[in-house]
Write a protein that binds this ligand. Sequence first.
Ligand code: 9Z3
Length: 312
Amino acid sequence: MASHWEEFYATHLPPSDFEDNRMLLKEFCDRHNKSGDRIVLVTSGGTTVPLEHNTVRFVDNFSAGTRGAASAEYFLEHGYAVIFMHRLKSLEPYTRHFNGQKFMDMLELNDRGPNTTITVKPDSVDVLAPILANYKVAQDNGKILYVTFTTVSDYFWLLRSACECLQPLGTKALLYLAAAVSDFYIPSNQMPTHKIQSGAGAPTISLQLVPKLLAPLVSLWVPQAYVVSFKLETDESILITKARDSLNKYKHKLVIGNILQTRRQKVVFVTPESSYEVSLTRDQMMNAMEIEDLIVSNIVIGHSDYIGSFKY
Ligand code: 9Z3
């Protein structure tokens, strides 16, 4: 009998841009594998759960993709090549610093006539310059690949494809699964084609459990990779137990637990051997340090030890 995840792929079509993304992923992984680089797959942002095939309405979640976008920058600083697999229109590395009005406020409009010029305000140059410099380095050296998903089904197709391309990297591949993936969805064959009509009264919408992809991912798709997953809870008293359950079940390397309200200040690292908190001090917060800086530094050490343990 086919397993839950196999059934999923057999009954859901890939997204229309799937082949293009597959080729991009393959080229990126082959190139960096040849150069001996480490590659991290960062997943980021929330997934949507459409209620109709011709989608007017969908179920969504809170994630803006801050964690993933910030982490991608820190991985690049540590020399990793980055596959940034993110929800379309969620935050992206580098541009996240200039979201919305922030960008406009950095600019100055000079001479409103035919000779209009736009300049960056002097005090914004200090902010913009280092970010722009890092962006250019990543871009010019082909160190980052952006691929996007929207629905939970798109995410599933893209994740498996990225894993297939990462498999040849063995232990040099790192998976950093920070996307907030829906646990529930409406299977394709149970979804109405057209917009749900209000005339028929309030609909009863029945969601099903999505298959847990960590199972085939760890045991079949990238068995040698260093796999890190995130566990989000709102009740602190169950966080470590849930993280440890996940680790015992899927046998990957690390679960990072976080609580919705405090996720920017602290997380808990749960490994098979131990659990410890990683948090920002008051001083670090005052200096606008980001917790992703600490998270990524810790993971890079763990990944290096892991690669090292295969050398003898
Ligand atoms: C996380 O826990 C991420 O840290 C956040 C980041 C989504 C909280 P933001 O985008 O938030 O920076 O606002 N991601 C994983 C959440 C998740 O759905 N995990 C699944 C679970 O908890 C398993 S992999 O069951």
